[in-house]
Design a protein around this ligand. Structure first.
Ligand code: 5GP
Length: 120
């Protein structure tokens, strides 16, 4: 899939759309999900133009990938869910219902969660 530079997360990265920022560094931006499903629901995105994990894992540099993974762990710790537990989730493509075509990881936490993948 070709990257669409007008997707909503690209617009957030360019400052055209506001977000509740929780973390930023040279390679990564994180902000609260606009429709939180858990008390902590943070979206972590790379600053580079990658459609999904499939694209990111194939094309991102080792520096970008390391920065991203380190940021996810730090954001979870800094937001108080590392001890109680959290779930990370990345949707890729149609079967996973990926809504926004800019790679992102969800961090869910702050309450007990249910089954990892519902049956239907
Ligand atoms: P996906 O299904 O692509 O993994 O999830 C996209 C997520 O982005 C959804 O949880 C949705 O609530 C969130 N989202 C969509 N538009 C916006 C927005 O404009 N701002 C923020 N902060 N989150 C958004």
């Amino acid at each position: 899939m070709t990257y669409d530079p007008n997707n909503i997360f690209a617009r957030i990265l360019r400052g055209e759309v506001p977000c509740q920022k929780v973390y930023e560094d040279a390679h990564v931006l994180a902000f609260n999900d606009i429709r939180p499903q858990t008390p902590v629901h943070i979206l972590v995105i790379p600053k580079g133009a990658y459609v999904s994990l499939d694209d990111f894992s194939a094309k991102a540099s080792d520096v970008e990938i390391a920065a991203f993974v380190r940021a996810v762990g730090k954001i979870a710790r800094d937001n108080g869910v590392a001890e109680s537990g959290y779930r990370i989730l990345a949707n890729h493509g149609v079967h996973a219902h990926q809504e926004v075509p800019h790679f992102h990881v969800h961090i869910f936490g702050g309450r007990q969660m249910g089954a990892m993948v519902p049956k239907s």
